[in-house]
Design a protein around this ligand. Structure first.
Ligand code: KDG
Ligand code: MG
Length: 405
């Protein structure tokens, strides 16, 4: 089955998404997600100029060889642009193989380990009260696990909501440049335990609570936070420190029993190798879209399983429904799946463009049985939602020093 064309679309049906469509001479096509929030057009150029010409005429069934060809073969390995581009090709090829076999992708991976995918939602607010009201609504909707983030008094606009009350993960296309926020670690560390204390007082110990530090602490600060939060029994503390230097997590680990999660910006298994083999973390948050697709995610899941580490894939609204579907097939299969981040998709605009196989029921995602990944993309409907340049925010300390966002 020969690849005859590769089409790359960039649209904004609520969010910017880069979508890859691989067409074959058998009439079967596959879809992949190549969305890299804030750097979308770099991936588009990589696919158009450097990948597409190499793949026309290749056998679409040769997923492994094509993956190796794009990873090893290009000499310049790794990095988010390269690995997001490879991810989209890989997903599209798995989609094709599933459609050719008339089987959902999870069947090709080895079948189901579970019937449904447990998710965690997000409760945000401009103060603790608002965040806890949001948590209450999510519990009423059936969520079993919720991540809590809250704007911090004295640092208004940071971390729960932007200054104009826009959610901090929303499209920022009305801002010509990255929005800037102020960060102060001491203010944060003095405030955040109160959020979890009040959450437990109000809702008890059953609901699973999570928190994302967004890599803003040093290892010893993260260790201190972990210790302070221990009584509130978090499901995990995410991205407590940056992980380019993986041994940073060793120091956090040595001081606290809080479960640790990291990985949403990792692109290959090498970014997580020491974290996993030293058991410095409990959950790995890599996702198919930014980690090179389904092929390497299978290896990462198996590798992690040897060290008691479970999968908790990144699932923000800036991953397209195709990426979410790829995660869902992996999640249904992986014996060591734990939880999926899921805050819902962008509403009716998005549903006009993508038809996807996921439904949320009682805090779990259900994956419909459809051949391949089970997603469809309406190119005509997508045309009217043109790409809007949008940047993620940046953080600075009060003296102007640039910090991790
Ligand atoms: O594009 C970046 C966002 O997806 C990221 O900041 C979201 O931290 C995030 C999360 O945990 O979903
Ligand atoms: Mg995160």
């Amino acid at each position: 089955m020969k690849i005859v064309d590769i089409k790359i679309y960039v649209n904004c049906p609520g969010r910017n998404f880069v979508t890859v469509k691989i067409e074959t001479d058998k009439g079967i096509y596959g879809l992949g997600d190549a969305t890299l929030n804030g750097r979308e057009m770099a991936v588009v150029a990589y696919l158009e100029e450097h990948i597409k010409p190499c793949l026309i005429g290749k056998d679409a069934h040769q997923i492994e060889d094509i993956w190796q060809y794009l990873y090893r073969g290009c000499y310049w390995r790794k990095g988010p642009v390269t690995m997001t581009a490879i991810a989209a090709i890989d997903m599209a090829l798995w989609d094709i193989k599933g459609k050719a076999a008339d089987l959902p992708v999870y069947q090709l991976l080895g079948g189901k380990s579970r019937e449904k995918i447990k998710v965690y939602g997000h409760a945000n607010g401009k103060n603790i009260e608002e965040t806890l009201d949001h948590l209450g609504r999510l519990i009423d909707e059936g969520y079993k696990a919720v991540r809590l983030q809250c704007a911090i008094p004295g640092l208004e606009g940071t971390y729960g909501t932007l200054a104009d009350k826009k959610d901090y993960y929303e499209l920022q296309s009305d801002r010509p440049l990255p929005p800037e926020q102020i960060w102060d670690t001491n203010t944060y560390l003095n405030f955040v335990p109160e959020l979890f204390k009040k959450a437990r007082e109000k809702y008890g110990m059953d609901v699973q609570l999570l928190h994302d530090v967004h890599s803003r602490l040093t290892p010893i600060e993260a260790a201190r936070l972990g210790k302070i939060l221990e009584p509130y029994n978090l499901f995990f503390l995410e991205d407590s420190v940056t992980a380019e230097n993986q041994s940073g997590y060793k120091y956090v680990r040595e001081h606290t029993t809080i479960p640790l999660a990291v990985g949403e910006i990792f692109n290959t298994i090498w970014d997580a190798k020491e974290l996993i083999e030293n058991q410095w973390i409990d959950y790995i948050r890599m996702a198919a879209t930014h980690a090179g697709g389904i092929t390497p995610m299978r290896r990462i899941a198996d590798f992690a399983s040897l060290y008691h580490i479970r999968m908790a894939p990144h699932g923000p609204p800036d991953i397209s429904p195709i990426g979410h579907a790829a995660n869902a097939h992996l999640n249904i299969w992986a014996p060591n799946f734990a939880i999926q981040e899921f805050i819902g998709f962008g509403g009716t605009t998005l549903n006009n463009v993508f038809k996807h196989p996921l439904t949320l029921e009682d805090g779990h995602l259900l994956l419909q049985d459809k051949p391949g990944l089970g997603v469809d993309f309406d190119e005509k409907a997508a045309e009217k939602y043109t790409y809007k340049r949008s940047y993620l925010p940046v953080s600075r300390l009060k003296d102007g020093t640039l910090w991790n966002w």
